[in-house]
Design a protein around this ligand. Structure first.
Ligand SMILES: C[S@@+](CC[C@H](N)C(=O)[O-])C[C@H]1O[C@@H](n2cnc3c(N)ncnc32)[C@H](O)[C@@H]1O
Length: 257
């Protein structure tokens, strides 16, 4: 990359000002970049299955998670015998650094979530307090697995739009809460390059959600869809059984025609 994101960039709308989803190149962190600019916030295995409509047979495929951060999906799927690799710039840090940052930021995130409560659907997760527990539990699952998973090559430090993988190395590449969510900060061209790169390394790409941080549909969807369709891919919007950000229950599925 690195397309710079503003210093008030948050991982999720409820997160505090001062956070950003990392705006540095792996080998050349910008002057002054430190972990204190990162707000870790990771989702559970069940949320991933639901967000991406993953079937039992999907879960047996070779899966790449782009921007998985401190989510529990990799760890939980690996324990179920799945074949999963996650790539994220945050993986240059170690588990102790990420753990410490989680505890430093958790209360501020919860305060913001309480403030923005009306922007979310409180059904599968019925309250802000339970959301906090779900997120902390997911991140604990990730942390417990992170160092061993790094040794096994399941957590790779890297960043879109350039991935350190062979062409066709995966069956499905997923993006949860990265592409389209940060549409105000990452250009349409960045999104196109990122999706093309995911399609280079995987046969099929799924992206969730299709909303930006402010809850409106991403303005980049038409641009990337038209471009990909003109280059031999089918692009479909599919309804999924997951809605937390209000109105966010669609995923994008892209594959060769
Ligand atoms: C909101 S978090 C989502 C984490 C996880 N996917 C989930 O849904 O729980 C966004 C993630 O995108 C990662 N990220 C930021 N820039 C990235 C890039 N250029 N390529 C891949 N991931 C990136 C961040 O480090 C962060 O872990």
């Amino acid at each position: 990359m690195s397309q710079c994101l503003p210093p008030n960039m948050a991982f999720e709308r409820g997160e505090p000002k001062g956070a950003r989803p990392l705006d540095f190149s792996l080998d050349r962190p910008p002057m002054g970049f430190t972990l204190d600019k990162v707000v870790p916030w990771g989702r559970s295995y069940d949320e991933y299955v639901s967000m991406f409509g993953l079937t039992e047979s999907d879960l047996e495929l070779r899966i790449l998670g782009c921007g998985d951060g401190p989510a529990a999906f990799n760890s939980a799927l690996c324990k179920r015998g799945g074949n999963i690799v996650s790539v994220d710039p945050i993986y240059i840090f170690d588990a102790a650094q990420i753990r410490s940052r989680i505890s430093d930021t958790h209360e501020a995130v919860m305060t913001q979530m309480r403030k923005n409560k009306c922007d979310y659907v409180w059904e599968a997760i019925p309250s802000v307090e339970q959301l906090g527990n779900v997120r902390l539990s997911a991140m604990e699952t990730f942390l417990a697995d992170f160092e061993i998973g790094k040794c096994e090559g399941r957590y790779i430090a890297g960043e879109l739009p350039s991935l350190p993988f062979e062409s066709g190395q995966f069956d499905i590449a997923l993006s949860s809460h990265f592409l389209f969510l940060y549409s105000a900060h990452l250009s349409a061209e960045f999104h196109l390059q990122a999706l093309q790169e995911m399609l280079r390394v995987a046969h099929e790409v799924r992206v969730f959600p299709l909303l930006a941080l402010d809850g409106t549909p991403s303005p980049h969807i038409d641009f990337v869809s038209n471009n990909l369709e003109n280059h031999g891919f089918s692009v479909a919007v599919k309804r999924v059984p997951y809605e937390f950000q209000r109105g966010g229950n669609d995923m994008l599925v892209v594959k060769p025609v």
